[in-house]
Design a protein around this ligand. Sequence first.
Ligand code: HEM
Ligand code: CU
Length: 622
Amino acid sequence: MATQAAHASHAHAHAHTVKRYKGLMDWLTTVDHKKIGILYLLAGFIFFIVGGLEAILIRIQLMKPMNDFVAADTFNELITMHGTTMIFLAAMPMLFALMNAVVPLQIGARDVAFPFLNALGFWTFFFGGVLLNISWFVGEVPDAGWTSYVPLAGPTFNGTHGVDYYVIGLQIAGIGTLLGGINFMATIINMRAPGMSFMRMPMFTWAIFVTSILIVFAFPALTVGLVALMFDRLFQANFFETGSGGNTVLWEHVFWIFGHPEVYILILPAFGVISEVVSTFSRKRLFGYSSMVFALVLIAFLGFMVWAHHMFTTGLGPVANALFSIATMLIAVPTGVKIFNWLFTLWGGSIKFTTASLFAIGFIPTFVLGGVTGVMLASAPADYQYHDTYFVVAHFHYVIVGGLILGIFAGLHYWWPKMFGRMLNEGLGKLTFWTFFIGFHLTFFVQHFLGLLGMPRRVWTYLPNQGFDTMNLISSIGAFLMGIGTIVFVINVIVTWAKPRNAEADAWEDGRSLEWSIPSPPPEYNFKQLPLVRGSDAWWKEKREGKTEMTPAEPLGPIHMPSPSILPFIMSVGLFVAGFGFMYHIYWLAGLGILITFACMFLRSVFDDHGFHIDPEEEVHA
Ligand code: HEM
Ligand SMILES: [Cu+2]
């Protein structure tokens, strides 16, 4: 497996050898952002399938009144795991896949700032997700909703280990997200190619920069909340136990101080994808670049001021409700700026209807629908009617599936050639779009009316002849159609994989940013010579001047690369073992897990990692 690669040619080299792995060991030890992106995509998509299957089971149960397809307890487990898996283990990792695959290329870098940390981020997410889903196999599944409100999720009313899997699984996976946020913040600030000033960065990179800042400020709230809930559940603390001086509403505040920015952590990257795709396939510069950047920053800022709109009915009082109402409605303004800028970019453009652009164009009206119902929900008095009904379920699926998932599909179809060197089949791509898009609106549009008619969310079943029957049937049929759309996508991936690599560097011929100036997929070191950026839409600018490659900013020479390492994988296994030990109060096991993790940290700190050098003439494809 291991091959020895001596790099004595390195000028001021200290001759050192680095193990290079192949096959499975290569994936377990990689610190290459391109490979880590593929790992995130694989794991995230598998969790998307799991979350989708849970959704289908929910919809089968709700397909007709008084159904008993699943038991009531199982239904509670299904909605809890569906929501939690889709948000933390599917949507975010798929965004991290695009972040890893694209951002270092867009800024003209050879990797992220901390490749080792990047690998650790992936493996902690992965093992946190596995731990959470192991709960299905041990028959103790979290069942208090994805928000796990106390006291329902507390030790008094929830004595099984189900919620412990939620708390510890999310805690471990959350470490991964936080590390990712720190890493991309540092990467975008420090690793930009010469000439790539902030206001020359592609919009997707801007979106990821703002998202990383949101992650760094929002995730610690979740970390703290989960620690408090863990102490209540495992060590009889009383943070949320009202009988012992705790406060249940405190959990809601802590959860939503994280939870609302979380929805922007999800949607801002999708906004970035739409900006890239709309501009490329309209063959026009993105309209209103600076206002787009300003809108991103303003949305992120306001996003921290609105969390209590999830708690209007908790009894915070009219003053607090009014303030949070107004702050929430204000977010519609910068969001509107983005919508109009995308429309003005499309306006007068020579639009190419590829699968990626169809998803992007479908995103715009769908997201607007979700946004408008968001403004309705922001009105505190009206929310007394909407709260905890299917109107809310419809709203957040319009923004989270109609927005985020359509955005992710647009990004995957757009950057697939860059990631894998193959173009996805456009015929199957368009079939994916139409089945998923029609299925989506069938599933969730009727849910607005179910909610207005008074159907509560999180109900296992409902009585017949209340006006809910037909619409629930339509909603379930729609869910199946979304399932078919997802299967067509999987078929497309398999069919494409069987084909030889056929993607050009500038796969869509009209690429504007740096990732389209290097081969598809890129070599291990990305850029033979770091590019000199001389304007925004850097690659487009060079092409317009008749150039066939970027102007280099450095001479050709040996390229320094970080070494692969198995430590991130082992450290995460250690956390997994420790989590399991704590949950079942097997303290030797918990101790062993912590020991493994700390031993890896010790090894990482005492042994210097010099990395290795590659001669760019030595063509190494990722
Ligand atoms: C792909 C198709 C999807 C379908 C058919 C679907 C369907 C549903 C349904 C019917 C519920 C409501 C259950 C209830 O209250 O009784 C639900 C809840 C939820 N869904 Fe989805 N969903 C889908 C995708 C997603 C995605 C992609 C996300 C997030 C990225 C998501 C996040 C959630 C959340 C957070 C809840 C709330 C769970 C709770 O009440 O604790 N869903 N979903
Ligand atoms: Cu919110």
